[in-house]
Design a binder for this molecule. Structure first.
Ligand SMILES: Cc1ncc(COP(=O)(O)O)c(C=O)c1O
Length: 388
């Protein structure tokens, strides 16, 4: 059995959630449940793989290992029934950087790129910073679940629309997209010749009762317009290693991204990212299952506690991953600033502000529950006490 109850002091490690806590929240005394990494110990098979490599005294220039692609192909087939040729897989130095690369490889300045907010905020940032235009196709809430709005999507597409960035599963809503929605999305994007970047970093954290559907698996046409990004980094709590990869079956699209990576000398990764990826995908299954079981229980506890004690806060039940999207509108704060101020100053909680995720984020906060149950209890108690 692995243990997830341990509380590990991350101060003095430059952990982002601590280092920038004061800048973001104006104080150091909030519980930092914002940045989407886990406070769990990075599993031993990862630490051991790195330690093993460190026994060799030379950390010289190192190529991608020969079995990198086959190990990934095997993992995505066994976990997601995604059959890919090994040459469709390539190392990517981070998914957010990969999004910025895709924006530059597939579009020109001034082109329109569609995102579906509320959504992981770098989706918008990489578009804006590269001087393309963000076009919103907002998600709609039905039965406390996000749904795509295809009518709105059709209306938003113009001849300047050159890319759509999909979050599958979805952050912050934890939605594991259903096959029909993805198929429909593929049909529309194929008709308009729009490639889809499907960010599937949360796929391996889909809870047991749901099934992750890779966008590329929904139809032949979907595969043909798909640029899938995946990573072991978030699932195995090693995002500091920058370990991720793309899967692009369509040779033309793949060449476009590869050309961009070559041109900018971005092909290489680092020794530890390679070693850790191989270790995660060959030794990590049991840890992954146990970690998900622990996170699921944390989510259940949060949901039950809110229902019983603070019914004004409505959580969206995540179908994947460790982020809980909290609808706080019934708390009745006059503005998002007031809501955040209450959480920070009164409850001493550092959650992500919903408006970071774009339209639809108003009156919401995002809570990270990948930490010891003791911390979750402390967070809920702080909230309850502040509200009383
Ligand atoms: C949807 C999504 N994509 C990408 C990332 C980060 O990817 P990377 O650390 O590889 O840049 C996150 C982290 O929260 C995420 O939620």
């Amino acid at each position: 059995m692995y243990h997830f109850d341990e509380i590990i002091d991350r101060s003095n490690t430059d952990a982002i959630k601590l280092k920038y806590r004061k800048d973001i929240f104006g104080t150091d005394d909030v519980l930092p449940l914002w940045v989407a990494d886990m406070d769990f110990r990075t599993p031993d098979f990862i630490l051991n793989a790195i330690a093993e490599r460190l026994k060799h005294p030379v950390l010289g220039y190192t190529a991608v290992p020969d079995n990198f692609q086959s190990v990934i192909a095997d993992w995505v087939y066994r976990h997601h029934n995604l059959k890919v040729a090994e040459n469709a897989i390539g190392f990517l130095p981070g998914i957010v950087p990969g999004l910025a690369f895709a924006v530059q490889a597939f579009t020109e300045k001034g082109d329109e790129i569609i995102v579906q907010p509320p959504v992981y905020y770098p989706f918008m940032n990489v578009v804006i910073k590269n001087r393309r235009k963000v076009v919103y196709n907002p998600l709609v809430k039905k039965d406390n679940l996000f749904q795509m709005d295809f009518e709105d999507l059709e209306q938003k597409i113009t001849d300047k629309t050159k890319l759509l960035i999909l979050c599958n599963p979805h952050n912050p809503g934890g939605r594991v997209w259903d096959e029909d929605s993805l198929k429909k999305l593929a049909e529309i994007c194929t008709r308009h010749n729009i490639p889809v970047i499907s960010d599937e970093i949360h796929a391996d954290m889909t809870f047991e009762q749901y099934t992750h559907t890779p966008f590329a698996n929904t139809s032949e046409e979907a595969a043909n317009i798909s640029v899938t990004y995946m990573a072991p980094s978030k699932t195995f709590n090693m995002p500091g290693l920058i370990a991720s990869y793309y899967i692009i079956p369509n040779e033309k699209l793949r060449n476009k991204l590869d050309t961009f990576l070559d041109k900018n000398e971005l092909r290489g990764g680092n020794i530890f990212a390679y070693e850790a990826t191989l270790a995660a995908y060959t030794q990590g299954e049991e840890w992954r299952r146990q970690m998900l079981g622990y996170v699921q229980k944390n989510i259940d506890d949060v949901v039950a506690y809110l229902q019983e004690n603070i019914p004004e806060i409505a959580p969206m039940i995540p179908q994947a991953s460790f982020l809980v999207w909290l609808d706080c509108s019934r708390l009745g704060f006059a503005s998002d600033d007031k809501l955040v101020d209450f959480f920070v100053s009164k409850a001493k909680l550092g959650f992500n502000r919903g408006t970071m995720f774009g339209p639809g984020g108003e009156n919401h906060l995002r809570m990270n529950v990948a930490c010891s149950r003791t911390i979750i209890k402390e967070a809920l108690n702080r909230l309850h006490t502040a509200l009383k």
